[in-house]
Ligand binder design. Structure first.
Ligand SMILES: [Zn+2]
Ligand SMILES: [Zn+2]
Length: 203
């Protein structure tokens, strides 16, 4: 399919929008700009291209804010690559090959990867480490949806979370400071299973 045709087709089904995680598709109390939606008023509709719920903040819309509309992604809804739908915006999970190994959660739009996150997790040791978050569209919420999806897999009430070194740039700093990260940042807290899965320690 040519890019031009694809853009045309997408235009008929909706425009590209930012996303936010919303467990169980619950409409949030506030818009991404922080407006209380009970006061600002919100409109809910269906985004056909993404196959997701779209929310518009009445206050942001009146002000012409480009973030006025966004789509809700349920971070608990994750597909295996084999059973993943080929259209819409979805989360696809690839489990690690071995215990403590690195798995992946990816955000697909129409079957194409737009963002992904690498994750080491160990159930017996109750530890989880985010190794990498990559996105083609910084500041669109893809990264925060992926982190929310990772936290669903290993709830921070039970698991100790950490990350590998964080890039020293303003985009990374804005990202990690804006998502209510429940773990430690920049210092991976690996267990011995993760170390041996990654070949960091001799058997
Ligand atoms: Zn707003
Ligand atoms: Zn372990």
């Amino acid at each position: 399919m040519s890019e031009q045709w694809r853009d045309l087709q997408r235009g008929m089904y909706g425009r590209a929008l930012p996303v936010r995680p919303a467990l169980g598709d619950r409409v949030p109390a506030r818009c991404p700009r922080g407006h209380d939606l009970a006061i600002a008023t919100a409109r809910s509709s269906y985004h056909h291209w993404y196959a997701l719920t779209e929310i518009t903040c009445g206050a942001c819309r009146a002000l012409g804010d480009p973030l006025a509309s966004w789509c809700l992604v349920d971070p608990g809804k994750q597909y295996d690559a084999k059973s993943a739908p080929s259209s819409g915006l979805i989360l696809v999970r690839t489990p690690p090959a071995v215990r403590g190994g690195v798995g992946q959660i990816a955000l697909w739009v129409d079957g194409e990867v737009q963002a992904d996150l690498d994750l080491a997790m160990c159930g017996p040791c109750r530890r989880a480490v985010i190794e990498h978050v990559r996105t083609d569209r910084p500041r669109w919420g893809y990264g925060r949806v992926l982190v929310a999806a990772a936290l669903v897999r290993a709830p921070p009430t039970v698991y100790r979370w950490s990350t590998t070194r964080i890039a020293d740039d303003p985009v990374a700093r804005a990202f990690w400071s804006g998502i209510s990260w429940p773990g430690t940042l920049g210092q991976p807290d690996y267990c011995t299973d993760m170390d041996s899965a990654a070949g960091r320690t001799p058997d």
